[in-house]
Structure formats: structure tokens, C-alpha cells
Ligand binder design. Structure first.
Ligand code: PLP
Length: 389
């Protein structure tokens, strides 16, 4: 039966728990599982239910992986200990020493350093190019290129990727594609349905949604995900049952949160566009939100991150210290509105030229919009800007 996102997010992944029918999923806080005899043990290896060892599989981590896969429209999902370990498992499923990756120049800082230092040391080379002009991607492809890597909405300037265009280039050259869908979430965008091979999430962000868990998820089709799962299991990148349970608990309200947070973000972006203390507002008005599964949706917004460039007249330090109840934290996606300063946190370690090329200056402020009253959110920022003027 056809279901809406809001229903599937709650009921799409019912797990059979045998005779005990608890309303919510219990936490299987166990490192291993027992067997009634050798026949039952043998049955495990033939796929007859049960679990063996929590690093290899656990009902809570399976619940998270499956839930995100269902929401993304993909057959299989695997949870990992963090967004970065999910991304690493995905990359190592398609690239090995001697292979080459073309990645977007504006990918998340942690992903940039994973590719640029760890994977380069392991013999996997990456060329970073601006994906805003896909001609750059074509030019960077080499005979040993295996993967095109990008994000559906980038950080901190909220560039919306042309995923269809990236997939078309990959198809033409026989390459894999991987998209980090952390900022958009499947509520706004489902890259797998556009033909992307692997879709990764930092579940630390909107999937969990409450800033109380570090987790990752990656989804894709069965045979490729078998490789990804093998990487997660054999590299020991598994998620703990409790963290998975927390992420699943948060996930139940993804639709409500995204609707409220995106709507508030839209209103804040509109208000700040009119503010004399703001030189520029970065927000993908109208660019995302068309849902490949359900058709266009009136989501009241296009993601919940708004980035601003303060005008030269605003004292940036005074702005940050005048934000009242808005915390300065180097993360995003919690239910509380928070701000971060990309120059001194997420993009701190980039070479100065790279910071300049990306436009990351002292005046750039990334706002993760929460579920508070939209009027209160607008007022707190207007007042901090006034204090800085
Ligand atoms: C936070 C983040 C990551 C990394 O996730 P962790 O859970 O911190 O490992 C990757 N991509 C994006 C877009 C992020 O925001």
C-alpha cells in the first residue's frame, strides 16, 4: 500500500521480535547471541534468522540501517560508528590502492581530510574540483578513476548538487557515484532514486536529530552493500546497540523536525535577506524539496541550515557574544538553533588559498535552525546583528 513519508518513517521497518511484542524496539545491549545447539548455529550461517556477534550484526544497528534504506528507497542499509566510517566503508567498497576518485571541492571537512590524507596514504588518490560546473568533473576523470563523490547540499554555502548530471557522467564513463545526503535527508532528497550507487549519512545530524549520538548509515543495492557491510564488519566500524537505538528513537520524528526546522530556516533566511547587517544569505530557496518518491511536496522550506555573510560594518565577535540562548557549537541538526563559525572550526585546517577559493571568511556564520518559535529565532539574530553594528 502506498504510504507517505510521515507514515513510513514510523512503520516502514517493523522487526519480528518473536513472542515478545514490545511496543518499541528494546536495546539488545549484548556483544553476542546464544544458540540452542549446533543445528541452530549452522542455521545462522544459512541465513535462518538470529544473530551471532554484535560487531557482525545486531538488531538495533540493523533497525537503523534498514530504516534509512527504506526512507531512501534503497534495498539495503548498514549502520556504522560515525558518518565518516560509513563514508570510508563505501569508498573502500569501490576503490583500492592505485584507484582514483573525483570529489567535489566543497565536501565536508572531515571527508576532505579522509580522502586527502588517510586514503592518499593508502594509495587512493583524489582530485577535488568544483562540481558547480560539471565540465570540471569530465576533465578530471582518468583511466583509473572509480568514483565520483559529492554531497546533495554542501556546507557551508548550501550549494545544491546536480545529481542527475553527476550520475549521467558516471554512467557514460562506467564509474560509481556516492552522495553524502546528510544535510538534505531523505525528507528532501533521495539520491538513490536518481541512480546514485551509494548514499551516506552522518546520522549524528538530522537522522538522530538530538545531538546525543555519533553514528553513520550507508545505503545501496544488495551486491554493492555486501561489500560495504564486509568493510564495516572487518574494519570494526560497527555502531553500538545503544547508539543505534538512540538514532532510531530520533529518526521517528524526522518528518516533524525537518518540516518545522526547514520552515523556520526559510523564514529566517527571508528575514535576514532584508537585514542591513547581512551582506549575503545562502539558502537554497526553491532548489530542493521536489521528492523523487512522492512528487513535489509543500515542505515549507529547503533544508534547515542557513549561512550568512555579515556586512563589513558588523563586529563578528560582538555578534557571536550577543546570541543569547543560541549556542556556538561546531555541529548542526539538533532541535535547538545553534551557530558555527566555519573559518575557525570546520574549515580551520584548510590552506588559506582553499579557504579563500571557497569564500570562507571571518564574516561567514553557519546557522543550524531548530524547532523554536520562528519569530523568536528571527528576533535573536536581528538583535545580535544590531549589537554588532
Ligand atoms: C558531520 C558530517 C559528516 C561526518 O559525520 P560524523 O558522524 O561526524 O563522522 C559527514 N558529512 C557531513 C555533510 C557532515 O555534516
Amino acid at each position: 500500500m502506498e504510504q507517505k513519508f510521515e507514515t513510513t518513517v514510523l512503520h516502514g521497518t517493523k522487526k519480528n521480535q518473536g513472542n515478545i511484542k514490545s511496543k518499541t524496539m528494546p536495546i539488545y545491549q549484548t556483544s553476542a547471541f546464544s544458540f540452542g545447539g549446533l543445528e541452530e548455529l549452522e542455521g545462522y550461517y544459512h541465513g535462518e534468522g538470529n544473530y551471532l556477534y554484535s560487531r557482525v550484526g545486531n538488531p538495533n544497528t540493523d533497525e537503523l540501517g534498514t530504516a534509512v534504506a527504506v526512507l531512501e528507497g534503497a534495498p539495503v542499509g548498514v549502520a556504522a560508528s560515525s558518518g565518516l566510517s560509513a563514508i570510508l566503508a563505501g569508498i573502500l567498497a569501490v576503490a583500492k590502492s592505485g584507484d582514483h576518485i573525483v570529489a567535489a571541492a566543497d565536501v565536508y571537512g572531515g571527508s576532505y581530510f579522509m580522502l586527502e590524507s588517510e586514503l592518499r596514504d593508502l594509495g587512493v588518490e583524489t582530485t577535488f574540483v568544483p562540481f558547480g560546473d560539471l565540465g570540471n568533473v569530465e576533465k578530471a576523470i582518468r583511466p583509473n578513476t572509480k568514483l565520483l563523490y559529492t554531497e546533495s547540499i554542501t556546507n557551508p554555502f548550501l550549494r545544491v548538487e546536480n545529481i542527475e548530471g553527476v550520475v549521467a557522467i558516471a554512467k557514460e564513463h562506467g564509474l560509481y557515484t556516492m552522495v553524502d545526503n546528510t544535510f538534505a535527508t531523505p525528507y528532501h532528497c533521495k539520491p538513490f532514486l536518481t541512480g546514485v550507487d551509494l548514499v551516506a549519512h552522518s546520522a549524528t545530524k538530522y537522522i538522530g536529530g538530538h545531538s546525543d549520538v555519533t553514528a553513520g548509515v550507508i545505503v545501496g543495492e544488495e551486491s554493492l552493500m555486501a561489500k560495504v557491510r564486509s568493510r564495516v564488519v572487518n574494519m570494526g566500524s560497527n555502531l553500538s546497540p545503544f547508539e543505534a537505538w538512540l538514532a532510531c528513537r530520533g529518526l521517528k520524528t524526522l518528518a516533524l523536525r525537518m518540516k518545522a526546522q526547514s520552515g523556520n530556516a526559510c523564514k529566517l533566511a527571508e528575514a535576514l535577506r532584508e537585514n542591513e547587517g547581512v551582506e549575503e544569505v545562502y539558502y537554497p530557496f526553491g532548489e530542493v524539496g521536489a521528492d523523487a518518491g512522492d512528487g513535489a511536496r509543500d515542505c515549507g522550506g529547503y533544508g534547515a541550515v542557513v549561512t550568512i555573510r555579515l556586512a563589513g560594518a558588523v563586529n563578528v565577535d560582538r555578534f557571536f557574544s550577543s546570541l543569547q540562548w543560541v549556542k556556538i557549537v561546531p555541529t548542526l541538526a539538533g532541535v535547538e538553533t545553534s551557530v558555527s563559525h566555519p573559518l575557525t572550526t570546520s574549515h580551520r585546517a584548510l590552506p588559506k588559498e582553499a579557504q579563500e577559493a571557497l569564500g570562507i571568511t571571518n564574516a561567514v556564520v553557519r546557522i543550524s535552525v531548530g524547532i523554536e518559535d520562528s519569530g523568536d529565532i528571527v528576533r535573536v539574530f536581528e538583535s545580535a546583528i544590531r549589537a554588532g553594528l
